[in-house]
Design a protein around this ligand. Structure first.
Ligand SMILES: *Cc1c(COP(=O)(O)O)cnc(C)c1O
Length: 378
């Protein structure tokens, strides 16, 4: 028997501010235009947790020239939802996925002759020419052709008729960390290799190297395209970059208090009982846990906002719930709004604050947010 649709939403939601997102994209589009460069909006990992389809559309509306993801599945999903700008797969794929990548007109990163040949074969059988970008490894040592083998690689694969070598790129290992000497060495190695290939007749119209950090701090390395990811969601990768480009956080994570109770002194709270009340304490249950992607490491450490005031997490965060101490907040009631990331009253809890508390980075805090958290787009 078919059920009628649900008539209510649960208390937990991630609000995604598409206006803020588009403003962030426009800020980077202006930077790209200033350096005579293109803008790729990197929206991998479900758009760093924000939802890849609505974010993909918003990125293009705001001026992004291309999109970047890391899986064929995400690229195909964007195509199925009507996106027709170039979509890059920034990771490598298995040769067995070449046919799907060509079917969906995805721009694959190539760093092996097996993959080049598989894409060539798929393109020939679909009567297409597949755009591909050669990935050079200049020191991240994740994947990519080593510069000393670049000529040899091109000798064996550049002529394949199913391929259009539209671009060549690298990805820096230590730009976020501000290790400029290392980054400049990688950049020179990249440029020298590209020049050497050009001299051998191997041309690549779009050269690119920089992600958010380079887009913000090093206009001299923008080349023909910048690939901005996390910064589009309102957070520059590093604290030193705050204010260099005006950015607005895009996501707020909110829930509601489901239950309030007062416990006497010396009551243990939560799994393992490692939080013990020191006096009479008023505690509230919030239905958000590490099963939502809210880090368990925030147990006994994190804070949330209730009625504009900070409330500390008491005890271990479980899969679906956490307990917060609201003793100092008067009039707390069931169904009161709880802000886990975002603003309330005059205070703000940023994804960066959370990242710093658990020794992580903003990318992880945002991208960890699970599918089950309802995304609400404004
Ligand atoms: C993730 C990624 C980016 C974007 O990085 P941000 O630091 O989030 O801007 C750019 N290029 C490649 C190859 C990536 O994997």
């Amino acid at each position: 028997m078919a059920h009628p649709p649900l008539t209510t939403c649960g208390p937990t939601k991630a609000e995604v501010d598409l206006t803020a997102f588009r403003d962030n994209v426009k800020a980077f589009k202006n930077i790209a235009v200033d350096s005579d460069s293109r803008l790729m909006a990197v929206i991998k990992t479900n758009a760093y947790g924000h939802g890849v389809v609505p974010i993909g559309h918003a990125a293009i509306e705001a001026g992004a020239d291309r999109l970047g993801v890391t899986t064929v599945e995400e690229g195909a999903l964007l195509r199925e939802n009507g996106i027709d700008v170039p979509i890059h797969i920034l990771s490598t794929i298995m040769p067995a996925q070449a046919t799907d990548a060509v079917t969906y007109d995805l721009t694959v990163s190539v760093s092996s002759s097996e993959l080049a040949e598989a894409i060539h074969a798929a393109a020939v059988s679909q009567e297409k020419t597949a755009p591909v970008h050669l990935k050079l490894d200049t020191g991240l040592h994740r994947f990519g052709i080593a510069p000393e083998y670049a000529r040899e690689f091109c000798r064996s694969c550049y002529h394949l008729s199913g391929l259009f070598w539209e671009g060549i790129y690298t990805h820096f290992s230590s730009a976020d960390e501000g290790l400029w000497e290392t980054t400049e060495k990688q950049f020179s190695l990249f440029m020298d290799t590209v020049l050497d290939l050009n001299e051998c007749g191997y041309n690549f119209p779009i050269r690119h190297a920089g992600a958010s950090t380079i887009a913000i701090e090093r206009r001299d390395m923008h080349l023909d395209m910048i690939r901005t990811g996390v910064a589009l969601f309102g957070y520059p990768p590093e604290v030193r970059q705050q204010g260099m480009v005006p950015l607005k956080p895009v996501m707020a994570l909110k829930s509601r208090i489901l239950h309030v109770r007062t416990l006497p002194p010396n009551s243990s709270v939560g799994y393992g009982g490692n939080y013990v009340t020191s006096g009479y304490e008023k505690l509230a249950i919030v239905p958000v846990g590490h099963g939502d992607g809210y880090k368990r490491a925030l147990s006994n450490k994190g804070e949330v906002l209730v009625r504009g005031k900070r409330a500390a997490i008491a005890g271990e965060i479980s899969l679906d719930q956490m307990i917060i101490n609201v003793t100092h907040i008067s009039d707390v009631q069931e169904e009161d709004e709880v802000v886990l990331i975002g603003c309330q009253g005059g205070d703000t809890i940023s994804a960066r604050e959370i990242a710093e508390k658990v020794d992580s980075i903003v990318d992880e805090v945002l991208a960890s947010l699970m599918e089950r958290v309802n995304r609400v787009y404004k």
